[in-house]
Design a protein around this ligand. Structure first.
Ligand code: HEC
Ligand code: HEC
Length: 286
């Protein structure tokens, strides 16, 4: 069970006390304000919350990737998130809601069980994310994101890039995340059995590169785009749990609870690379 590093980080560097115990400012009064605060707190420390823990099967908190519960300018933020739902998701092949999107991160990034979109856990988290966007117009359809250089780099990825990525990892990341990616104490794992699974957003090399470029090393993100790509390639060629969709849906929920046309999906480290036209064997050389 890990405590959130963000709380230490923000209290030391910004001096606001324990961030995950910090009351949010200007909340609406009454039960709505309480739901927003609770949604925020569960994202900061889901792994220590009896309400959320049931749905989580690794050692991550939402805020490990959505830093400071998404209230930053960096990749993974929740600014302009609520205002772009409902929106079409190619992964599920249907239009999804913010609640669907939250529930889906539980079964992929948290390697856990998909909560019902009607559960208090999901509703409170949605209330918090919606509150961050207060006053913003709903965008239907959402505007396209910034063009990314990473998909092109991925196409030509080589064994030399993986080797360079390992060197970058040792020099810039291993001090916190460990030589073998397992993390320790407040530092979350980046691969291995307690990390995000192969169906998660960060299991996509281009998305991981984008995220690392803007967020890591924590407090001092300074890698060049090429270095961010190489270290992302290195991390996403390491072992992590497979994703078999049917194993992450609650056996108690009716099938209609999962809003998707795609009912079967299996992802592994190897199959993700194959989707990008790459071979695990030639990248890692064994
Ligand atoms: C291992 C990292 C990781 C963890 C942990 C994680 N997420 Fe995510 N999440 C992502 C990534 C990456 C994306 C964007 C994926 C994409 O573009 O396909 C995302 C997208 C989202 C979005 C949509 C954001 C937007 O603006 O489109 C929501 C909402 C969300 N996550 C909620 C959560 C919640 C709630 C939790 C905890 C239960 C959580 N996530 C845990 C990595 C993570
Ligand atoms: C100073 C310690 C530190 C260093 C150095 C560092 N990280 Fe992190 N990293 C963290 C912490 C702490 C979190 C969780 C953030 C939070 O909870 O606010 C994190 C989160 C992450 C995550 C998302 C959560 C997960 O475990 O999957 C990834 C991926 C990641 N780091 C990759 C890297 C990479 C790549 C580097 C090197 C370029 C790096 N980190 C360097 C401390 C560090």
């Amino acid at each position: 069970m890990r405590m959130s590093f963000t709380s230490i980080f923000f209290s030391v560097f910004i001096g606001i006390g324990l961030a995950n115990a910090q009351p949010l400012q200007d909340l609406p009064p009454g039960p709505l304000g309480q739901a927003i605060q609770n949604g925020h707190d569960m994202m900061m420390s889901g792994n220590t919350s009896s309400e959320v823990k049931l749905y989580i099967n690794n050692s991550l908190n939402c805020s490990d990737c959505h830093i400071n519960a998404g209230d930053t300018a960096a990749p993974g933020n929740f600014r302009d998130t609520a205002s772009k739902f409902p929106s079409y998701s190619a992964r599920e092949g249907v239009v999804i809601t913010l609640e669907d999107r939250i529930a889906n991160c539980f079964m992929r990034s948290m390697n856990g069980t998909r909560p019902s979109t009607d559960s208090a856990v999901v509703v409170d988290m949605a209330a918090y994310i919606a509150w961050l966007d207060k006053g913003k117009p709903i965008e239907t359809p959402p505007s396209a994101g910034q063009p990314s250089p990473y998909p092109d780099m991925v196409k030509t990825a080589s064994h030399a890039d993986v080797t360079a990525g390992a060197t970058i990892y040792q020099a810039n990341c291993a001090a916190c995340h460990g030589n073998t990616g397992e993390g320790a104490g407040p530092f979350p794992p980046v691969w291995g059995p307690h990390s995000y699974n192969a169906g998660a957003g960060l299991a996509n090399i281009a998305k991981l590169a984008e995220w690392v470029k803007g967020n890591m090393p924590l407090g001092n993100p300074h890698l060049t785009p090429q270095q961010a790509f190489q270290v992302a390639l290195y991390i996403d060629t390491q072992p992590r749990p497979d994703f078999v969709l049917t194993q992450h849906l609650s056996p108690h929920a009716p099938a209609s609870d999962y809003n998707a046309k795609v009912r079967e999906e299996t992802d592994t480290v190897e199959s993700n690379l194959r989707k990008d036209g790459l071979s695990l064997q030639s990248l890692t050389g064994h």
